[in-house]
Ligand binder design. Structure first.
Ligand SMILES: [Zn+2]
Length: 398
């Protein structure tokens, strides 16, 4: 809250100083015109300082001339209105500027961009879209900023085809003969979002069981980010549906090797793929090999369950006990107590406590903003970054 107030005052000071500078350095004219401009400056500033936003807007629109000297004041006041949530006032100021053809072309595109941001704040996406399209087509100076806004609009409308088309325009053009220079962080972020847009399309196609087209989308997803876990998980799911369990296992194996933090997401698909391939003993061998490399609670518990089937519950209890001694996660402790509840009378209480602890703690956290929750969101609801949320690792996690 206090940050907002500071921000408001910084903008207010900017508007006020722009206002006064605009007045002092105004083109010198004779007679009453200058006095009128001066009085409108002071009148508008008074309204602004006394928090009468609507009156300040009307004074500026009706009395302050629009020219290259006063433009920064108009724009600053428009932005101030928008940042205060007075979107209607901001729209009125920016529309007033567009109705004056006296401004140079590049300044008009700047106003287009500001008006588009007003429309986005007001949720009027179709109007913002039209303005931004014009800027993209006609202004090289503001093209990149307009494309960023357009991409955000299509993303929030879940219009993945349009989002893809716009995001692709943000990337540098590739030359077939030239080796591509190292991508910048901004390019990487665009590629990461592109990869997830293709995953979104693939996910829809998987729901409608169009696996062939979905696989094509996933190829594109990996073209832009070959480490995208989501695309690999979806491909493994498709491979299982298409009765290609070995392919599914290979894909899952590559996740375990390159991004072991996602091991718990891999397990359900791994289990399903293996049921088409081998018997329980072979499955146990495969699980043990994975546990050796990836110390993952979900895989250890799965391993214990299969040991119980193959070698009896005592062997499973011993295995779990050893594993939880080595790396005591709450999940493992709960599993131990669940399987050997009669060792001590207090274990029942401990078990309840651990189960509660397990249920209450968040399972996923965003490594960008720290947002945590019980569900794996591929687009962080807090900071709106793609692919930053991962299962929580550590003693209380996976
Ligand atoms: Zn986040």
């Amino acid at each position: 809250m206090s940050e907002e107030i500071v921000q408001f005052f910084i903008i207010l000071v900017a508007v006020a100083s722009g206002w006064l500078l605009g007045y002092w350095y105004r083109p010198k004219q004779k007679g009453s015109v200058t006095d009128d401009t001066a009085s409108s400056y002071y009148k508008g500033l008074n309204y602004l300082l006394s928090e009468q936003a609507g009156a300040a807007v009307m004074t500026v629109i009706n009395e302050l001339p629009v020219n290259i000297e006063t433009l920064p004041t108009h724009l600053a006041l428009g932005n101030l209105m928008r940042s205060k949530g007075e979107v209607e006032g901001a729209i009125r100021i920016h529309q007033n500027l567009l109705s004056r053809p006296s401004l140079p072309k590049d300044k008009l595109y700047q106003v287009h961009l500001e008006l588009a941001r007003d429309y986005i704040s007001a949720g009027l996406f179709d109007r913002a879209e039209r303005l931004l399209r014009d800027v993209v087509d006609e202004s090289t100076l503001y093209r990149s900023e307009a494309l960023t806004h357009l991409q955000n609009i299509y993303q929030s409308e879940k219009d993945w085809d349009q989002a893809i088309a716009v995001a692709r325009l943000r990337l540098p053009q590739k030359h077939w003969l030239k080796k591509q220079a190292v991508a910048t962080a901004a390019d990487r972020a665009v590629e990461c979002s592109l990869s997830h847009y293709y995953c979104e399309k693939a996910q829809r196609l998987v729901y409608s069981r169009d696996f062939k087209l979905a696989s094509k989308e996933l190829q594109d997803a990996r073209y832009f980010d070959n480490q995208n876990v989501r695309s690999l998980l979806l491909s493994a799911h498709i491979a299982i549906q298409e009765k290609k369990p070995q392919l599914a296992l290979d894909l899952l194996q590559s996740i375990l090797e390159n991004q072991p933090a996602y091991a718990s997401e891999v397990l359900p698909l791994f289990r399903e793929a293996f049921t088409h391939l081998g018997n329980r003993t072979q499955y146990l061998h495969a699980l043990r090999r994975i546990v050796e490399k990836v110390n993952c609670t979900a895989f250890i518990i799965e391993c214990a369950d299969v040991i119980a089937e193959c070698d009896g519950s005592e062997a499973a209890e011993r295995y779990l006990h050893e594993a939880s001694m080595q790396r005591p996660t709450t999940g493992l402790l709960a599993a131990v107590l669940e399987r050997s509840p009669n060792e001590l009378s207090s274990t029942v209480l401990t078990q309840q406590f651990l189960q509660q602890l397990k249920a209450e703690r968040p399972s996923y956290r965003c490594r960008h903003c720290g947002f945590s929750g019980q569900k794996l969101h591929w687009l962080c609801p807090s900071c709106e970054q793609w692919g930053t949320i991962a299962p929580i690792r550590g003693i209380q996690g996976d």
